[in-house]
Design a protein around this ligand. Structure first.
Ligand code: GLY
Ligand code: MN
Ligand code: MN
Length: 436
C-alpha cells in the first residue's frame, strides 16, 4: 500500500493559522483538451489538492477558521458516462473535508454571502482572469450589501505565498512518507534505466523504462517531462526531445522523477554508456560529485538556502580551475561570476507537490534559513558546450549533473533518493550487470 497524504491534517494546520475575519479562496485549474477531442489527464491544482485531495477540475474552496465550503461540478449522469464518476457536492462533504458544498453554478451568489464578515482574503491574484473577475464581482455585491448590514468585506488581500505556501513549505509527517515513496520508486526507475541503456538505443527507449517503473508502482505519473540526454544533449539544460541514439563512450544524463499522490521526486544521474568513464569524463564527474556531497552536507537547520549554493559554487569553481576550464583566482572567478560559463543554474529548489515547489527563498529581505522538514533538491552540474573553443577539447560536449532530494532535519540531512548509486565504483558495479 502506497503512503497517502493526510488532508485533514493539512486543513487543521491552515484553519488553525486563520483568525476570525480572515479567509482563503482557492480555485482549481480548468480542464484543457490536448488536441481534437483528445483529453489531457487532469492534474489537480496543488493548493486545492493539498487541502482537500479533490481530483477534478472546476472547483473552488473557501476556508475560514470555522468552516470549509466547496463549489464543485454537479452530478451529471450524461457527462459521467463520458468522463467518469463525479463526487458532486455530497461527495465533497462525505470525502473531501467540506462542511458545506454547492454546485459550481451557485458560486456567485454563495460566495458573495461568504465574503460578508471577512476583512482579509488570501487568493492567487493574476493567475486566472475569470477567477479574478468572479471574485471582484462578488466583492462588489458584498460591498453594496455591507452598506445595509454593516458587515466587513475584504479590504486586505494577500497572495497565497503569505500563508498557504509557507505551510506547504514545511512538510508534515504524512507528506514526508509520501515523498520517501516517490524517492524510492524514482530511484528504482533510474536503476532500471541504467541497466537497460546501451549503445545504439534511442533515448526514448530509456524514457520508456522510467515510465514503466513509475506506472507499475502506482505513481500518478512523472512529476515533469523526463530528460534523457545522451552525449552533448546533456549540455542543454531542459532537453526533453529524447529522440537521439546513444553512443558507446558518451555519457547519458537522466533527470526524471515520479509523483506519488502528486508529490514528486526529482533525481538526476549521469553515467557512461558502456560502463567506463573516459579520464576527462571522470575528472569532471568527480568535481560535480564532490560539490554535491558537500552541498548536501550543508543542508542543515540554521544554514541558509544560499549557503548550499555557495558551497557548490566554490567546489565547482575550484574544479574548473584544476580542470583547466577557467584560469585565475577562485575568489575572483566567483565574485565576477565567471563560473557561470560552465555552471549557470541554481543548486536547489524546494520540492513537494510541485517540482519547483512553493515557498519563498527569502523573507523580509533576508535569505531563508533552513528549518527541519523543508525538502530541497541539491543538483550541481558542469556543462561544456560542444563548440566551446576556449575549453580543452577533451571536455567539449560533456554535461554532468547529479541531483538528490534532501530533507532538512534536526541533525544530519535525510536523502530521500539514496536508492540510486552515484559513486563511480557503485555505478561501475551496476553497469557491469546490465539487464538480464
Ligand atoms: N527536473 C527539473 C529540475 O531539476 O529542476
Ligand atoms: Mn531539480
Ligand atoms: Mn531534476
Amino acid at each position: 500500500m502506497l503512503a497517502k497524504p493526510d488532508f485533514q491534517a493539512h486543513r487543521s494546520r491552515l484553519q488553525g493559522a486563520l483568525r476570525e475575519g480572515e479567509a482563503v479562496l482557492l480555485f482549481g485549474g480548468p480542464h484543457h483538451l490536448r488536441n481534437g477531442d483528445a483529453e489531457y489527464r487532469y492534474r489537480p491544482d496543488s493548493d486545492v489538492y493539498w487541502l482537500t485531495g479533490w481530483p477534478d477540475p472546476h472547483v473552488a474552496v473557501f476556508v475560514t477558521r470555522d468552516a470549509i465550503t466547496m463549489f464543485v461540478e454537479p452530478k451529471d449522469r450524461e457527462r459521467e458516462v463520458w468522463t467518469g464518476f463525479r463526487p458532486g457536492p455530497d461527495g465533497a462533504k462525505a470525502h473531501y473535508g467540506a462542511d458545506e458544498a454547492f454546485e459550481w453554478g451557485e458560486i456567485e451568489e454563495k460566495l458573495t454571502g461568504l465574503l460578508s464578515g471577512i476583512d482579509t482574503l488570501h487568493h492567487a491574484f493574476a493567475v486566472d482572469a475569470e477567477h479574478d473577475a468572479l471574485l471582484m464581482s462578488c466583492i462588489a455585491k458584498a460591498r453594496r450589501k455591507n452598506r445595509r448590514d454593516g458587515l466587513s468585506v475584504p479590504e486586505t488581500f494577500c497572495s497565497l505565498d503569505k500563508l498557504v505556501h509557507e505551510l506547504r513549505l514545511i512538510k508534515g509527517p504524512d507528506e514526508l512518507e509520501v515523498m520517501r515513496e516517490a524517492g524510492r520508486v524514482s530511484a528504482e526507475a533510474h536503476v532500471a534505466a541504467m541497466r537497460v541503456a546501451a549503445a545504439g538505443m534511442p533515448e526514448y527507449r530509456v524514457e520508456a523504462e522510467l515510465l514503466r517503473v513509475f506506472h507499475e508502482q502506482g505513481s500518478t505519473g512523472p512529476g515533469y517531462t523526463s530528460i534523457v540526454a545522451g552525449g552533448a544533449n546533456a549540455t542543454v539544460l531542459h532537453y526533453i526531445t529524447n529522440r537521439n541514439t546513444l553512443k558507446d563512450g558518451e555519457l547519458l544524463l537522466i533527470d526524471a522523477g515520479c509523483e506519488i499522490s502528486h508529490y514528486t521526486a526529482d533525481i538526476t544521474r549521469t553515467f557512461p554508456i558502456g560502463g567506463r568513464f573516459t579520464p576527462a569524463q571522470r575528472a569532471m564527474y568527480d568535481v560535480v560529485l564532490k560539490a554535491q556531497l558537500k552541498a548536501i552536507d550543508t543542508c542543515r537547520a540554521g544554514k541558509t538556502f544560499n549557503d548550499v549554493h555557495d558551497v557548490a559554487v566554490r567546489v565547482l569553481t575550484e574544479g574548473m580551475v584544476k580542470l583547466g576550464l577557467l584560469v585565475g583566482d577562485v575568489d575572483e572567478l566567483i565574485a565576477d561570476e565567471s563560473y557561470k560559463k560552465y555552471y549557470m543554474h541554481g543548486t536547489s529548489h524546494w520540492l513537494g507537490l510541485d517540482v519547483h515547489d512553493v515557498g519563498a527563498y527569502g523573507r523580509d529581505g533576508q535569505v531563508r534559513v533552513l528549518a527541519p522538514d523543508m525538502v530541497l533538491t541539491v543538483e550541481p552540474g558542469l556543462y561544456v558546450a560542444i563548440d566551446d573553443a576556449d575549453a580543452p577539447e577533451a571536455y567539449r560536449g560533456i554535461g554532468i549533473r547529479i541531483e538528490d532530494d534532501v530533507r532538512v532535519t534536526d541533525g544530519d540531512p535525510e536523502i530521500l533518493t539514496a536508492g540510486v548509486p552515484k559513486h563511480p565504483d557503485d555505478l561501475a558495479d551496476l553497469l557491469a550487470s546490465p539487464q538480464s
